[in-house]
Design a protein around this ligand. Sequence first.
Ligand code: ATP
Ligand code: MG
Length: 180
Amino acid sequence: MKLKSLEIIGFKSFANKTKINFNNGLTEIVGPNGSGKSNVIEAIRWVLGEQSAKTLRGTKMPDIIFSGSSTHKAVNRAEVKLTLDNTDQYINSPYSEIIIARKLFRSGESQYSINNQECRLKDINNLFMDTGMGLGSFSIISQGNIEKIFNSKPEERRSIIETAAGVFKYKHQKHDANLK
Ligand code: ATP
Ligand code: MG
C-alpha cells in the first residue's frame, strides 16, 4: 500500500486545486517558510479524520478553509482527496485503489467518502485500523513528537515501538479474548 496522490482544494493556503503525485521512492516537499509544506501534511491528517482543530494549528475546524489572500478571495469549502494504491491488499478492501475524501463547508456541514461513496468518519477509521497509517499511529511524526519520543520513559517508548511494529493490535486482541 502506498500513497498515490493528494488533491487539495480550498484547504489552508491552497486556494486553487493542487495535486501532488507521489512517485515510487521518497518524496520530499521543499519551499520557503510559510509556503505551505506543513499544510500539505495537515491535509493528509485531516482527510484521515483529524478532529482536533488545535492539532491543525487552528482554534475551530472552519479555520482550515482558505480565508483569502492578497490575490484570491476566501472560499466556502475545503476539500481533500487522498488516493492510495492498494494493489497489495494491505488495506482490507476489495479495491486496488482507494480514494478517501473529506469536505467541509463554512456552514459547518461536512462530508466523508470512500471511493466516491458517502460514508461516516467511523468507516474511514475502520478502514485504517491496524494498518499503522491511521491517526494515532506513527506514520506522521511532527517536530514536537520527535522530542517527545526522545524524552519518553522506557515503558512509553516500548509502547511506541510495539505500535509501530504492529504488535500492539495482537496485545489488544489477546486482551479482548481474555475478557470473553
Ligand atoms: P515553515 O517552513 O515555516 O514550516 P511551511 O512551508 O510549513 O513553513 P505552512 O505552515 O504550511 O508553511 O503554511 C503557513 C501559511 O499558510 C501561512 O502563510 C498562513 O497564512 C497560511 N494559511 C494557514 N491557514 C490558512 C487559511 N485558512 N487560509 C489562508 N491561508 C492560510
Ligand atoms: Mg512547516
